[in-house]
Design a protein around this ligand. Structure first.
Ligand SMILES: Nc1ncnc2c1ncn2[C@@H]1O[C@H](COP(=O)(O)OP(=O)(O)OP(=O)(O)O)[C@@H](O)[C@H]1O
Ligand SMILES: [Mg+2]
Length: 441
């Protein structure tokens, strides 16, 4: 990139980042694409026709669309919401789509670049086997043919479509082919540093001069699982409370109090359990070990893998819950429970994908206690189709250990076979104790 162009990209990126937090490298790519298209310097004759923003609700997809529309210097942005296109009258929806694309092509001729923003694109591009009526398949067909014909009848300039969705899996797969939505950008719930940045942006934009003495890092650390939308709600709650008490500025304490009233939406995608005190049901020896593990972790969170050996299979749920309970007594910490068998899939590559998704989320919610039940359901090297899963899991265990990810990872296995594999011995410290003396509930 010539340095002048680089400077321009950097400038735009920081302008946009004052409104919405998106990682530098992601935003730079988008901005570079659009600026070079606008200046007619894009290096290839066939730039991407579409970009897909996908990710859970409240992670800034719509906000980024609006901010791009505002900051890219387009005369009048073309923004449509998928559900608004849908009309009951036969043929009307397709007609509206065609009109929008025609308008965009005219703009592109005049200004070199036009962007069509389609928010909630899933409502008009549903996978054909999922559609209930006859309208949806017609709309997908129309959208596909309009995207394929984007260069037709345009002597100069480019049209790019940006679509956003929180359900990428329901989109018609034909839409996600390379020349259509060739570029996909995933939006994730923010990690602790990102939460701190987003909180600063939100306060700076929506409550300038109306806050004081806020320890952003502290709030971010405690707001585990909060999305950008949750942080906005947090600020609003605090503002409202301060107003009720006749104050015009919010403080650190206001945010701390508001935090307790808000349920973090990112954690809803997990099976979160409330850990229970199971101490009455476990014997003294186990309780001592549990106490030791929990005290160490809560005093100094660090990566700690623990294996509950097969002798403990019937008590594994109780032990895991008791450890999490003890940790939560000392510090706030999500308890994430997963059944390893759920990762198994008959689709090629799907098991690995599910494992990756899971561990990436876990990484984002540290410090946390994680319990994976029946790990042997996916760790069986004898099953050829599980080899990829084993590679994936051991890869994450290595990474978590090297990066010292703050996760107390408890895994249980149901049979002896796996215990003998060097795999498990290498990664886990076994927690193997005499069977507990069962005391009735
Ligand atoms: N990355 C972010 N940076 C700054 N603010 C954010 C961010 N993410 C969310 N917010 C705040 O949350 C609000 C809601 O986010 P937005 O509507 O963009 O979410 P979305 O990803 O489009 O969700 P949905 O999938 O439900 O449409 C924004 O208006 C903004 O105030
Ligand atoms: Mg949205």
């Amino acid at each position: 990139m010539p340095s002048e162009f680089r400077e321009k990209v950097k400038e735009k990126v920081s302008e946009i980042q004052q409104k919405v937090y998106i990682k530098d490298e992601v935003l730079e790519k988008i901005v570079a694409l659009f600026l070079s298209l606008k200046e007619g310097t894009f290096p290839s004759k066939k730039p991407p026709r579409g970009i897909l923003f996908y990710g859970p609700p409240g992670t800034g997809k719509t906000l980024l669309m609006k901010t791009l529309a505002e900051k890219l210097g387009l005369s009048e942005p073309i923004i449509i919401r998928g559900p608004e296109i849908i009309s009951q009258y036969y043929g009307r929806s397709e007609q509206r789509l065609r009109q929008i694309f025609t308008l965009a092509k005219e703009r592109a001729e005049e200004e070199n670049l036009a962007i069509i923003f389609i928010d909630e694109i899933d409502s008009i591009a549903l996978r054909r086997d999922l559609s209930r009526g006859e309208l949806e398949p017609r709309l997908v067909g129309q959208l596909l043919s309009l995207m394929d014909g984007l260069e037709k009848g345009v002597s100069k300039g480019h049209v790019v479509v940006i679509g956003s969705t929180n359900r990428p899996e329901v989109l018609d797969p034909a839409l996600r082919r390379p020349r259509r939505f060739g570029l996909e950008i995933e939006f994730n719930p923010p990690d602790v540093n990102e939460r701190s940045e987003i909180l600063k942006i939100i306060l700076g934009n929506y409550a300038p001069g109306r806050y004081e003495g806020i320890d952003f890092d502290k709030i971010a650390e405690l707001a585990v699982g909060f999305t950008g939308a949750d942080l906005l709600q947090l600020v609003n709650e605090a503002l409202l409370q301060a107003a009720l008490e006749g104050r015009d500025k919010i403080t650190h304490e206001d945010l701390m109090k508001a935090r307790i009233r808000i349920k973090p939406s990112a954690l809803r995608e997990f099976n979160l359990e409330k850990p229970k005190d199971k101490s009455k049901e476990l014997n003294k020896e186990i309780l001592e070990k549990i106490g030791e593990i929990a005290t160490n972790f809560s005093a100094n969170p660090h990566f700690k893998p623990i294996l509950l050996k097969p002798e403990l299979w019937h008590y594994a749920d109780k032990i895991a819950s008791a450890i999490a309970y003890k940790v939560c007594e000392k510090r706030e910490c999500p308890y994430i429970v997963a059944r390893a068998g759920r990762f198994r899939s008959r689709w090629f590559g799907e098991t690995e994908h599910l494992i990756r998704q899971f561990f990436e989320k876990v990484r984002r919610y540290q410090p946390c206690v994680v319990y994976i039940k029946g790990l042997d359901a996916i760790l069986d090297l004898a099953e050829e189709h599980l080899r990829g899963a084993v590679v994936e899991i051991t890869g994450y265990l290595d990474e978590f250990r090297d990066e010292n990810v703050k996760v107390l990872l408890i895994c249980s296995i149901s049979s002896h076979y796996e215990e003998e594999t060097s795999l498990i011995r290498e990664y886990f410290e076994g927690l193997s104790i005499n069977k507990p003396n069962f005391v009735a509930d």
